[in-house]
Write a protein that binds this ligand. Structure first.
Ligand code: PMP
Length: 381
């Protein structure tokens, strides 16, 4: 069977061959399989060395200290740990948290869960172009605001938020700032020595590493305290106990090392592919861009084909693996909460698709995709 061309890199990425090869060395008896918490023999020491080496690669990517990197099972867990961890510290007081309407559900649902327990919650609505303005954040700050959680790059639209400005506002108001950087890591250079972010979540599987591993950056200076959400063996400074999955960690470390080296070249290549894609599609179709096209990572393209249902688009473009920003569950159309909060009409939202590009896409594939789209979509009208 000929597989469709993979254009859904924002959903997940395949593991890079060099990551895969590294990971294989950390599983078998003939490799390094020990428990990094075993302090009494070489098996444990070797595993611990591998973990610490990977922690260094991950910290380097964001200009952090290795002691600021806490391993989790992925960005969902990191987001939960960051937000609940801060909220739970302040249990006796009535506290207020600010987040955004276009956040990933791992942030939104965590916030709703806290709201149901009595925590005050404000969700910032972006402008029509998807961007949240600093003055919007300033306006929402209250005396009891303890945490602001805003994403760096949106997973449906690719829109970039100005986390540096948000961070400065939070820092000057004595409020903690958490960033979900899952879609920006490896695409935008992040220097946490300069950006006042206190907590930051990301994972490996969006950057050609394995699924099931992520990190939460927890700043040491000024020190951030948060309440662990699990109890156990004391690993990861007790912030996140549990035996460390060495092969996953080594995979994430290698993925971070690689992407740091490749980021600049890769972005240039993907920008070029995006241009070919957009120009090609526009030759034969009327499209509407969802979101700001200036403040956008090149990897994610969210467009609507007015008058054509996205489910029909997806089922007709059989040779492409793409997705819709709007989730479809058992045939029911659910409007994308991201597009909806940007003021995109329900109708146009139901005509939207997300194409996301990545490391293994070639120009030939993109030209094929353009032809396929141009052959099929105009006939769906
Ligand atoms: N945040 C964002 C912005 C995401 O795109 C995703 C993954 N779709 C997550 C969080 C959750 O990541 P994970 O799969 O590691 O739980």
């Amino acid at each position: 069977m000929k597989l469709p061309i993979y254009l859904d890199y924002a959903s997940t990425t395949p593991v890079d061959t060099s990551v895969y090869k590294k990971m294989l060395c950390y599983l078998k008896y003939s490799g390094i399989f020990g428990n990094p918490a075993s302090k009494s023999h070489i098996y444990g020491w070797q595993a611990e060395n591998a973990v610490e080496k990977s922690r260094r690669s991950i910290a380097n990517l964001i200009c952090a200290d290795t002691r600021e990197i806490i391993f989790t099972s992925g960005a969902t867990e990191s987001n939960n740990l960051a937000i609940k961890g801060i909220a739970c510290l302040n249990k006796e007081k009535k506290i207020h948290i600010i987040s955004g309407k276009t956040e990933h559900y791992s942030v939104l649902d965590t916030c709703y869960a806290l709201q149901s327990k009595g925590i005050e919650l404000s969700l910032l609505k972006p402008q029509k172009n998807g961007i949240i303005l600093p003055q919007q954040l300033k306006k929402e700050l209250r005396k009891n605001t303890v945490l602001v959680s805003l994403m760096h790059v949106n997973n449906e639209t690719g829109i970039i938020q100005d986390i540096e400005l948000f961070g400065k506002i939070c820092r000057s108001s004595g409020i903690l700032f958490h960033v979900d950087a899952t879609q920006s890591i490896g695409k935008i250079a992040i220097d946490l020595r300069k950006i006042p972010v206190d907590l930051m979540s990301f994972n490996a599987h969006k950057i050609y590493g394995p699924k099931g591993i992520g990190v939460l950056f927890i700043r040491r200076r000024p020190p951030i305290y948060l309440k662990a959400q699990m109890h156990g063996g004391g690993q990861e400074n007790s912030f996140r106990p549990g035996t460390l999955p060495v092969h996953q960690i080594v995979g994430m470390g290698e993925a971070c090392r690689l992407i740091q080296k490749k980021m600049h070249e890769e972005n240039k290549k993907i920008e070029k592919l995006r241009k070919i894609l957009i120009n090609g599609i526009q030759e034969k179709n009327k499209i509407i861009f969802n979101g700001d096209q200036e403040n956008n990572v090149p990897h994610i393209l969210n467009i609507s084909f007015p008058g054509i249902d996205s489910r029909l688009i997806l089922s007709s473009l059989k040779d492409l693996a793409i997705s819709t920003g709007s989730a479809c569950t058992s045939g029911d159309f659910h409007e994308s909460h991201v597009l909806q909060s940007m003021g995109v009409s329900r109708l146009l939202s139901s005509n939207s698709i997300r194409i996301s590009l990545g490391r293994f896409n070639s120009e030939e594939e993109i030209r094929f995709a353009v032809n396929h789209i141009n052959n099929i979509i105009p006939n769906l009208n």
